[in-house]
Design a protein around this ligand. Structure first.
Ligand code: AMP
Length: 195
């Protein structure tokens, strides 16, 4: 059966210093699976990546992992994915992930997560896609980044319009349905007016 929606999640290959990050990843995966959705992600088994994938699978969702061969050789792949695409390059990986997604969401993470988030945001501002892009700012994790972006607007290197292209929230129960609804895929189960 076709999934209700397909959400690409970028997140840490580590779990961070606070169990709240792992709890968030679990909540996001459970939400995807329990709403008939599909997770698209980097195919790793470590950190928040593995947690979000396991929680999606455990709640009945599909998981598409897209991972470069070099990372599989390091035994970093999650072999329990519904579909695991092993690709040659990082560029191919990103394209396949983006093609399979209706919306993008970054959870807390490090440089890999940031790079992926900024890339889809940049593609959005240039019109390469029109899919919603979200940032889950759990417990202020991204406050310094958001403050920097505001400074960039202040200094004239960014515009309010660019900032308005991303949806930032600290509550997955509000941000997830918003992304799905903006992607135009809201089913009865995820209608914003019902939460
Ligand atoms: P980071 O935030 O630096 O931990 O990097 C996480 C992001 O980069 C993920 O969304 C993945 O796409 C990619 N990545 C980094 N490390 C791994 C790994 N061990 N296995 C699979 N993907 C990874």
């Amino acid at each position: 059966m076709k999934p209700a929606f397909s959400l690409c999640v970028y997140c840490g290959s580590r779990t961070g210093d606070d169990p709240a990050f792992a709890a968030l990843a679990e909540q996001v995966g459970t939400w995807i699976g329990s709403h008939g959705g599909q997770l698209v992600y980097g195919g790793g088994r470590n950190g928040l990546m593995g947690i979000v994938a396991d929680a999606t699978l455990a709640s009945g969702g599909r998981v598409i992992g897209v991972i470069p061969k070099a990372l599989v050789e390091k035994e970093w792949a999650h072999t329990g994915c519904t579909e695991l695409h092993v690709v040659d390059t990082m560029h191919e990986r990103k394209r396949i992930m983006a093609d399979h997604a209706d919306a993008f969401l970054a959870l807390p993470g490090g440089i890999g997560t940031l790079e992926e988030f900024f890339e889809v945001w940049t593609w959005r501002q240039l019109g390469y896609h029109a899919k919603p892009v979200g940032l889950l700012n759990l417990d202020g994790y991204y406050d310094h980044l958001l403050a920097f972006l505001k400074a960039s607007v202040h200094h004239g290197f960014m515009s309010d319009w660019q900032m308005a292209l991303i949806s930032v929230g600290d509550d997955p129960q509000r941000l997830l349905p918003l992304l799905v609804e903006v992607a135009g895929l809201a089913s009865e189960a995820v209608r914003l007016d019902q939460i």
